[in-house]
Design a binder for this molecule. Structure first.
Ligand code: HEM
Length: 370
């Protein structure tokens, strides 16, 4: 029986390894931005709601002020992996997207509303007005978007339920039947938000735009949150790995191509453990040196890269077990186009780097009390 639609007769325009590499790099960056949004936003809401001290309000405003910018990165860094995933896994991903079509397309509306609420949150907080409801609303919407993405990324791996779903409704109005991997996967992304959000506060604690008390608060509070939620993140990740089908778990240890992804899984565990220890040290000793901030930022980036490599192996092996081999495609590389793309990609990264350096060099104004 053919579980997948027929392959597109147009060959792939670039080597599969290159498309996968670009997919992994851009998705890891998307995940960093997503985790900053999911964690940083709720931390800002809670800090603004429980107005514990002037420092906690400064921290809430500092996080909120950055949130609309983070959202632009979430969106812009989400588009490239979507394109690469569609090229590589289109027959699975398009099918699952159509099956949950109404929910899938609703992401655009949810995203627009979340973005508007983010501006409300930031603006109201700056103006000293009650803002928690706007921030909480934006966070709930972002969490729902994350849930829909997890739903689609798991449904694309389950061709066995597609026919049954389509027979029940061709409107795209149904959600898939229960999947053992969905809850741990989503929980992991949500817990990862607080982990990364906490590390982000430790990073901010090393910035010169805060006074000494504010820096200590940022590092102390953020470090403790990251250490605690890092443990939850670790447990959720191990849970997500443990519910994968036997063929996938075995493949990560034995398949020559995917052993690397298995190692990345161990790398992820080790890096999260290191980050938890670093965060605990920063949190309890209230370390505000800027190098501490840079180290935790680097560790957070590496954690997401490891996660994406591991996740990539899990997806390929899950699909392979159902007869979908991502490497089994006709490739006719158009090197001129690939070269042009890579040139523009590197130039784009350069422009973003330059923009960041301009912001870094801009005249600093204190974010809280001078
Ligand atoms: C508030 C906005 C967003 C949030 C909270 C969010 C969150 C997430 C989460 C949690 C996942 C992982 C799902 C899983 O595998 O379990 C994910 C994956 C993904 N997101 Fe986003 N996302 C957002 C916006 C976007 C946008 C606007 C795009 C594209 C235009 C996008 C593209 C993707 C893609 C392509 C993947 C999966 C790629 C793959 O598996 O190959 N996301 N996102």
């Amino acid at each position: 029986m053919h579980l997948y639609p027929a392959v597109d007769p147009i060959p792939l325009p670039a080597p599969i390894w290159l498309l996968k590499l670009l997919h992994i790099v851009t998705l890891a960056l998307h995940f960093v931005a997503v985790e900053m949004l999911l964690g940083g936003l709720l931390l800002a809401v809670l800090l603004s709601l429980f107005r514990g001290s002037p420092q906690s309000m400064t921290a809430a405003r500092a996080l909120a002020r950055r949130m609309t910018v983070v959202m632009t990165y979430v969106i812009n860094l989400g588009v490239p992996p979507l394109l690469f995933a569609q090229v590589l896994y289109g027959r699975a991903l398009y099918t699952s997207s159509v099956l949950i079509g109404i929910y899938w397309i609703s992401i655009i509306g949810l995203l627009t509303l979340a973005y508007w609420l983010l501006y409300q949150f930031t603006g109201r907080l700056e103006a000293g007005k009650s803002a928690w409801w706007a921030g909480l609303g934006a966070w709930l919407l972002a969490g729902s978007i994350a849930r829909l993405l997890s739903t689609n990324m798991t449904l694309m791996l389950r061709p066995d339920v597609w026919k049954q779903m389509y027979s029940a409704s061709a409107m795209g109005a149904l959600l898939p039947p229960r999947d053992a991997t969905l809850e741990p996967r989503w929980l992991m992304m949500m817990a990862g938000g607080f982990f990364v959000g906490g590390l982000w506060m430790v990073y901010l604690g090393g910035r010169s735009t805060f006074n000494a008390e504010e820096k200590k608060f940022l590092a102390g509070f953020g470090g403790k949150v990251a250490a605690l939620c890092g443990v939850v993140y670790l447990v959720a990740g191990l849970w997500a790995a443990s519910v994968q089908p036997e063929a996938v778990r075995a493949g990560l240890h034995t398949d020559a191509l995917y052993k690397f992804a298995g190692f990345a899984g161990y790398g992820w565990v080790a890096l999260v453990a290191v980050a938890v220890l670093l965060a605990a040290a920063a949190g309890f000793a209230r370390l505000t040196a800027s190098w501490v901030g840079w180290v935790v930022a680097l560790v957070a980036l590496l954690v997401e890269i490891m996660l994406v490599v591991y996740r990539d192996g899990v997806r390929d092996l899950s699909l392979l077990a159902q007869g979908y081999n991502v490497w089994d495609r006709v490739v006719v590389t158009n090197w001129w186009v690939v070269g042009l793309f890579l040139g523009l990609f590197v130039a784009g990264l350069g422009v973003v780097g330059w923009l960041i350096s301009v912001v870094a060099r801009a005249r600093k104004t204190m974010e809280g009390a001078a």
